[in-house]
Design a protein around this ligand. Sequence first.
Ligand SMILES: CC(C)(COP(=O)(O)OP(=O)(O)OC[C@H]1O[C@@H](n2cnc3c(N)ncnc32)[C@H](O)[C@@H]1OP(=O)(O)O)[C@@H](O)C(=O)NCCC(=O)NCCS
Length: 175
Amino acid sequence: MHIRDANADDALAIATISVEGWRRAYRGIIDDAVLDGRSIEKSRQHWGEWIQDLKRRGDRISVADDGMGRVVGFASYGANRDAENGFGAELYAIYVIPGRLGQGIGTLLMREMARWLEAHAYEDVVVWCLKANPSCAFYERHGARQVAERTIEVGSQVLDELGYGWHALAPLKEG
Ligand SMILES: CC(C)(COP(=O)(O)OP(=O)(O)OC[C@H]1O[C@@H](n2cnc3c(N)ncnc32)[C@H](O)[C@@H]1OP(=O)(O)O)[C@@H](O)C(=O)NCCC(=O)NCCS
């Protein structure tokens, strides 16, 4: 397994992981119609543009490559989009393919994120997670503390989100 910078050719793999991961993570939390309404093809276009946008802005999207050319996870991160909470960097999204959960791939992606953020002069990082998402425990396991709360609209639902923050990157680099 190695972690590398994503390129435009990864858009389909990233879209597949995000759509499948999203449906799996949010079934029972987000309405089925919203979950099932998101297509891989539409998502591929979105990710293709997002990969270019991230690079233009100097932010980053990393993929976990299983060594046989198969992308099994990704993480995107960079400048915080909500300066109000005081954190310099933000983890925008992290997903591991459903068949490879719990094998340390998410941890490898977090480690690479911490290294990259530190190399780009960031000192801290925040991530937003739906309160009902069991993956909040992944962030807690990596030493994050709950630092903020907000609501977001998803389709016709209003859902609670928790902000998890790391005030230092060093512990994350060790994973
Ligand atoms: C969150 C996610 C990326 C973690 O990736 P992963 O490769 O499964 O995580 P790891 O194997 O590196 O796990 C590291 C630790 O976190 C714990 N952990 C990971 N996911 C967890 C979960 N959903 N619930 C509870 N604990 C979890 C693991 O048990 C492990 O702890 P351990 O070292 O004590 O055994 C993955 O679960 C995922 O893709 N979730 C769905 C998408 C999602 O919700 N993303 C976050 C959006 S905010």
